[in-house]
Design a protein. Structure first.
Length: 259
C-alpha cells in the first residue's frame, strides 16, 4: 500500500512538470552553437585619395628634323626615369571606380643620330651628328577601373583590376644640343607642347586595414609629341620633332578611403 502511494505521488509530480518542460523546450533555440553567417569583406567606399611612385622605361621616339638634307633620325632612344603622382577618386560600388590623377616625370634623356648633309666633313659615305635633349613630362588623366570583386573568397583580400585613362600631357624639352662629326657643337632652345594623352593599366589592390589599400600596377602611357625650340633662320626656324613618346611603367601606390 505504501509503495502504491509513492508511485502515485511520483506520477502526479511528473504530470505537473511535463507541461512546463514541454513549454520551455518549445521556446529554446534549435542549437546553442549555430555557425555565424559569412560576411563579405569590405574595403571601404565613396571618396578616396591616392599617391603613386613608379619607374618607367620609354620606347624609342620617332625623331626628325624636317629640313632638306636632314629628315628622320636613326638609333633614337629616351632613357628610363621615375614618375610620382597623386589624385582623388570615387568608388561607385565593389566593381567600378574612377579617379583624377596628376603625374610628374623626371627628365628622360634623348639621344639620336641625324644625317649631316654633304659636304659634312668631306669624308666618303653618310655622316651623322649626335643629337641630345632632355624631355620632362606632366600629365593629367581621368581614369576608369573595373575591380574584380572576389567577395572574401579565393585570392581575397587581393583585388585584381584593369583600367584606362584619358587626358592631357605637357612635354618640355631642354638642354637641346648636338655634336657634329668634325667635333663642333651647338645648341637650341627648348619648348613646351600640350598633347592628348592616354593610358592602359592592370594591377592588384591589397586592403591594409579599414581605410588603406596598397596598389601595385603596370601602366602603358602615350604622352604625344615634343618639340625643340626654333633653330635658325637658314632652316626656316623649323624645330626638331620627337614624336610618339610612350612608356611602360611599374607603379606602387596607396589609396586612403574617406569613409
Amino acid at each position: 500500500m505504501g509503495s502504491f502511494k509513492k508511485f502515485a505521488v511520483v506520477g502526479a509530480a511528473i504530470g505537473l512538470v511535463a507541461p512546463v518542460a514541454s513549454a520551455l523546450a518549445a521556446d529554446m533555440p534549435e542549437s546553442y552553437f549555430a555557425a555565424p553567417a559569412p560576411t563579405p569583406y569590405e574595403v571601404g567606399s565613396n571618396w578616396y585619395l591616392r599617391g603613386d611612385l613608379g619607374y618607367k622605361w620609354y620606347m624609342a621616339p620617332d625623331a626628325s628634323f624636317n629640313q632638306p638634307g636632314y629628315g628622320s633620325m636613326k638609333d633614337e632612344s629616351l632613357s628610363s626615369t621615375g614618375v610620382v603622382g597623386g589624385g582623388f577618386g570615387y568608388q561607385f560600388n565593389n566593381s567600378f571606380r574612377t579617379d583624377l590623377t596628376v603625374d610628374y616625370e623626371w627628365p628622360g634623356k634623348f639621344k639620336g643620330k641625324l644625317r649631316c648633309p654633304d659636304p659634312c666633313t668631306g669624308k666618303p659615305g653618310k655622316e651623322y651628328s649626335t643629337e641630345y635633349a632632355d624631355i620632362t613630362a606632366w600629365s593629367g588623366l581621368v581614369n576608369f577601373y573595373w575591380d574584380f570583386d572576389l567577395s572574401g573568397e579565393g585570392l581575397a583580400p587581393i583585388i585584381p583590376y584593369i583600367g584606362a585613362g584619358l587626358g592631357a600631357s605637357s612635354l618640355t624639352t631642354s638642354k637641346v644640343h648636338y655634336l657634329n662629326p668634325n667635333g663642333t657643337t651647338g645648341k637650341w632652345g627648348g619648348a613646351t607642347e600640350v598633347n592628348f594623352a592616354w593610358a592602359l593599366m592592370a594591377g592588384v589592390s591589397v586592403p591594409m586595414g579599414k581605410n588603406w589599400l596598397m596598389d601595385l600596377n603596370y601602366r602603358y602611357v602615350n604622352l604625344g609629341d615634343a618639340r625643340s625650340g626654333k633653330t635658325q633662320k637658314q632652316f626656316g626656324n623649323k624645330r626638331i620633332n620627337y614624336d610618339n613618346i610612350a612608356a611602360s611603367e611599374v607603379r606602387l601606390g596607396f589609396r586612403y578611403l574617406l569613409n
